[in-house]
Design a protein around this ligand. Structure first.
Ligand SMILES: *Cc1c(COP(=O)(O)O)cnc(C)c1O
Length: 342
């Protein structure tokens, strides 16, 4: 593996980042006449937030078992995905690789950044074809997006295959673990130190129940996370969100209970759907949703559910997902209603 910093765009490596008013002062509470704020307190929202999110990173560091300097906090995972392109990919020169079907945002972020996206199909059973991925890569392949458990198929990829790609891929492997809390396996946070070319994405939008607060996490080497911080908007996470997230992160018991219930509901819903004549197949899931292949017209089932007030995700027009709907696991009562209609 070559030096990771050699993968970074030269203009980003040479960047002089915006220095915020608070960057230079690390002392205790003082008299702040530096940032042109209104001096009259309104819940402390008259002050700019901590651009480095130090207290929040400290808390996340304890929860995740990862050093604070290896953590980047973004306005949703989407910010971290966009930063991967902005930091590593020279528009019109470099390329990125993603599996398909997978999360649609990788392709959108590539297009916005004018970077070629090479999509490598999964096998028919949604397993990874590591040789096909490596065959798509060349000297300009800077990013490989792997989503595990994968959205929309729901499956977790074998560790050995992910490790194989970390060893073989010449650029950064971005492992999106948005759904890892619903899987039985542990994910790759514990292996960050072994793989300098690994960036892990996680989010508070799914298992942690904070989709409305917009908080995405990236984990990687301290050098790369430092570069992300220099490129991001200085005040990307508001004071209100930093505060609310810190409060909600202390409620880990409740979250663990909810995850356990969603996992057992996933098993119940999967079994019930598998028994329905309109369902041809329920794909095994390590996430908080299941992908089903309908035996008849997927649009018809989709419309039927809509007419009963249930909205699911129609994935049937995506290559590799013909005939498929993606259904999120809800509360037991919501799941009962779904089962009664399918
Ligand atoms: C939902 C989801 C995310 C989360 O995005 P946020 O911007 O953090 O809400 C990330 N990756 C995948 C694959 C997802 O399905």
């Amino acid at each position: 593996m070559k030096d990771i910093l050699s993968l970074v765009r030269p203009n980003i490596l040479n960047l002089t980042p915006y220095s915020t008013a608070r960057d230079e002062y690390k002392g205790p509470i003082g008299v702040f006449l530096d940032a042109n704020e209104n001096p009259y307190p309104s819940n402390c929202y008259n002050r700019y937030p901590d651009p480095a999110q130090r207290e929040l990173k400290q808390l996340l560091s304890q929860i995740k078992g990862v050093a604070p300097e290896r953590i980047f906090i973004g306005n949703g995972s989407d910010e971290a995905i966009d930063l991967c392109f902005r930091v590593f990919c020279e528009p019109q020169v470099d390329n990125a690789i993603a599996i398909t079907p997978s999360y649609g945002m990788y392709r959108v972020a590539a297009a916005i950044n004018d970077v070629e996206m090479r999509e490598v199909p999964l096998n028919a059973d949604y397993s990874l074809d590591t040789d096909a991925i490596m065959a798509a890569a060349d000297a300009h392949s800077k990013l490989l997006f792997l989503c595990s458990p994968n959205n929309p198929s729901g499956n977790l990829f074998p560790r050995a295959q992910i490790v194989e790609l970390l060893r073989r891929f010449p650029g950064i492997v971005v492992l999106d673990e948005a759904y890892i809390d619903f899987a039985d396996g542990k994910g790759f946070l514990g292996e960050l130190e072994k793989h300098p070319n690994l960036i892990i994405l996680q989010t508070l939008s799914k298992a942690w129940g904070m989709a409305g607060l917009r908080l995405g996490l990236a984990f990687g080497t301290a050098e790369i996370m430092d570069i992300f911080s220099r490129v991001k908007y200085p005040y990307n996470i508001s004071s209100a969100v930093q505060q609310l997230v810190r409060e909600r992160l202390s409620d880990t018991d409740n979250v663990a209970r909810q995850i356990a219930e969603i996992q057992s509901e996933r098993a119940r819903v999967s079994a019930a759907l598998a028994a329905s004549p309109v369902v041809e197949k329920v794909f095994p899931s390590d996430a908080n949703f299941v992908l089903i292949r309908t035996s008849g017209d997927p649009r018809e089932l989709y419309q039927h559910l809509i007419s009963e007030g249930i909205i699911v995700r129609d994935r049937s027009r995506i290559r590799g997902c013909e005939g498929c709907l993606r259904i999120t696991i809800g509360t037991p009562a919501e799941n009962d209603k779904l089962i009664s209609l399918i």
